[in-house]
Design a binder for this molecule. Structure first.
Ligand code: COA
Length: 321
């Protein structure tokens, strides 16, 4: 059966590093509180960069490693909840900039689970035989929708992007599991534009993140545990070489390890330097770990995420690079 294999990874993150200390000048918070409650020491924040420019950097890196030209791409999927423009999609914009005239291109929105959703969709096109080469890019610029006066949310997030090139092959991605539960939508929201037309005038709201942190924390622990238990039904978790979790709070990750009896050293964690980069968090971690040479060909890597919506999921990747 045709499978999707990762043949290139790349990432693009903003240059500006914002350390916890910088929040102390305008918020009632401390480096100590942020580090001990979340595991975050710093994050990247866009100044001159955009979602599109970060995607371009990620995509170029992934294509270079894959050794293929953009003109070979059949499909480009971007996962994001913070596009530069609602239309055109980020995917169409980078299709033009990369020079990928054959590719179909669209964005998908699945919160922090976006990368797993996007790869799952790409994988279906490859397995069906419809497409051979697909670029998946995840990007979020949450600084665009952050309420910088809300200490309970603004310290958590960062901006970033990462990409993978998938190509039809014999081994690669398996066990994709994506779920959602819209009943839980109220715990984490970012409003869209208000309806303001000649027949209706809604109060204009600032489009910033509102979150019930404790609810989200519980949801995250339970559902990341569920997603890995599901993966464990087809691949015993002690046969997994690496776990790459969505990086939202190190305490969430540690509780998932504890629930499942998995040693913490098997989890690649980089939240300390990036904060929560939403849908970019898993591929940024994947690309960093790959660059450090942590993966061997044939390694089994479990990806696991949760996000707003709510959404959650897991996926097993056999490393083929
Ligand atoms: N600095 C100092 N104090 C802060 C603070 C900050 N940046 N943010 C919140 N606090 C305060 C709260 O106001 C609260 O004060 P109170 O007891 O006087 O009301 C106190 O710290 C404890 O708040 P609590 O919510 O119990 O903290 P917590 O240990 O649950 O940690 C989060 C808060 C947000 C870090 C945690 O709940 C979390 O990570 N939730 C998941 C968020 C997430 O992953 N979102 C993204 C989903 S993709």
């Amino acid at each position: 059966m045709m499978r999707s294999q990762i043949i290139g990874v790349g990432r693009g993150v903003p240059a500006r590093v914002v350390e916890n200390k910088e929040f102390e000048s305008f918020l009632d918070t401390s480096d100590e509180w942020i580090r001990t409650r979340t595991g975050i020491s710093a994050r990247r924040v866009c100044t001159h960069e955009t979602a599109t420019s970060l995607c371009m950097e990620s995509a170029r890196g992934a294509l270079a490693q894959a050794g293929i030209g953009a003109e070979e791409l059949d499909l480009i999927i971007v996962s994001t909840i913070t596009p530069d423009t609602v239309t055109p999609s980020v995917a169409c914009t980078i299709q033009k900039m990369l020079g990928a005239p054959r590719a179909a291109a669209f964005d998908i929105s699945a919160g922090c689970t976006g990368f797993l959703y996007a790869v799952t969709v790409a994988d279906q096109f490859i397995r069906s035989g419809m497409y051979r080469s697909v670029l998946v890019v995840s990007v979020d610029v949450l600084s665009r929708v952050t309420d910088w006066s809300d200490r309970s949310t603004c310290v958590l997030f960062g901006d970033g992007s990462a990409a993978v090139v998938l190509r039809a092959g014999e081994r690669g991605i398996g066990n994709a599991y994506i779920r959602s539960d819209g009943d839980l939508d109220g715990s984490l929201t970012i409003p869209g534009n208000p309806i303001d037309n000649p027949w209706n005038h809604e109060d204009a709201r600032r489009q910033t993140i509102a979150m019930d942190g404790r609810n989200v924390f519980l949801f995250a622990v339970n559902h990341m545990t569920d997603a890995l238990e599901h993966l464990g039904q087809t691949c015993p978790l002690d046969e997994v070489d690496w776990f790459i979790p969505h990086q939202a709070n190190v305490r969430i990750i540690e509780l998932v390890c504890k629930n499942l009896g998995i040693p913490r050293e098997k989890f690649y964690i980089n939240i300390e330097r990036y904060g929560n980069t939403s849908s970019a968090s898993i591929p940024i971690a994947l690309s960093e770990a790959a660059e450090k040479g942590l993966f061997k060909t044939g390694d089994r890597i479990a990806l696991v995420a949760f996000g707003s919506g709510f959404t959650w999921g897991s996926m097993l990747v056999e490393w083929t690079l």
